[in-house]
Design a protein around this ligand. Structure first.
Ligand SMILES: CC(C)=CCC/C(C)=C/CC/C(C)=C/CC/C(C)=C/COP(=O)(O)OP(=O)(O)O
Ligand SMILES: O=P(O)(O)OC[C@@H](O)CO
Ligand SMILES: [Mg+2]
Length: 240
């Protein structure tokens, strides 16, 4: 069965805890040409801050997903197309693999399972908040990352595998190893994409490229260039 992310090349991740660039608005963010918006960040996100972003983006006809960093920030809002729930395969504490999920399912009433999906994260930048929080083992060879990706797809039925280098551009060979290891699952790559060339290079080895901090630091025009970079890389592959 096809899923929305099968068609995505580019995802814009908006951190509700961070300011937009200069005098930009969420409307500007929605008009970058990105295929979907993920609302999430590791630190200091609250449901109130997330709601503010959802409300501002919902009129703009871009698929809108919340990526909660813990159960307390989940927003129940019909405007959301769904929830992308991280599970960190290389975390050192099972809390970040299944524990937070168990608590969420225990306390939340009436979860909308049709709109709830998981992302099998492999967190690889040791300096990122996500790595520190989850105690991720970032010291992995490309071969090991490929194996994690295969485990996620074949043994745990994960439809999305996410190689995460938040804050820094990742090692392309490592991302490629994850991509090569997958048959049907979709590979998201995120981290340190700043311009057309970064986006093109990572677009060559990932199904969808996630861009985050660039929106907050440099703005919507810079993000638009990364959309073009990934789309050009994917068009080139399709033509080959
Ligand atoms: C069960 C529920 C509802 C949630 C659990 C969710 C889990 C396991 C979260 C683990 C941490 C994680 C992977 C969060 C995802 C979002 C993410 C990686 C955002 C980017 O984070 P950084 O760039 O490191 O953070 P800052 O930009 O906030 O410093
Ligand atoms: O903020 P950046 O470095 O673009 O990373 C994107 C995303 O993967 C963060 O979860
Ligand atoms: Mg970040």
């Amino acid at each position: 069965m096809s899923a929305p992310w099968d068609e995505w090349d580019h995802i814009l991740k908006i951190d509700p805890d961070k300011e937009l660039h200069a005098d930009e608005t969420f409307a500007d963010a929605c008009k970058t040409g990105t295929d979907a918006i993920e609302i999430g960040g590791t630190l200091d996100v609250t449901s109130e801050k997330a709601t503010r972003v959802i409300e501002a983006c919902k009129e703009h006809n871009v698929p809108l997903y919340q990526e909660p960093s813990n159960p307390a920030v989940v927003v129940d809002d019909e405007a959301l197309d769904g929830y992308l729930i991280p599970t960190v395969f290389n975390a050192d504490d099972p809390f970040w693999i299944t524990g937070a999920h168990k608590e969420w399912v225990r306390i939340a009433d009436d979860l909308d399972w049709d709109r709830t999906h998981t992302e099998a994260y492999i967190v690889l930048n040791p300096d990122a908040s996500a790595a520190e929080l989850t105690g991720a083992d970032c010291d992995l060879t490309p071969d090991e990352v490929g194996a994690y990706a295969r485990v996620a797809e074949k043994m745990f039925g994960q439809d999305i595998v996410y190689v995460e280098y938040s804050g820094t551009l990742g090692d392309r060979e490592t991302v490629k190893a994850a991509h090569d290891a997958l048959d049907d699952s979709t590979l998201f790559y995120g981290g340190g994409v700043h311009d057309y060339d970064d986006a093109y290079a990572m677009g060559e080895v990932a199904d969808a490229v996630v861009v985050g901090d660039l929106l907050h630091d440099e703005g919507a025009d810079a993000v638009r260039e990364t959309v073009e970079g990934v789309k050009d890389a994917h068009a080139e592959i399709a033509d080959a």
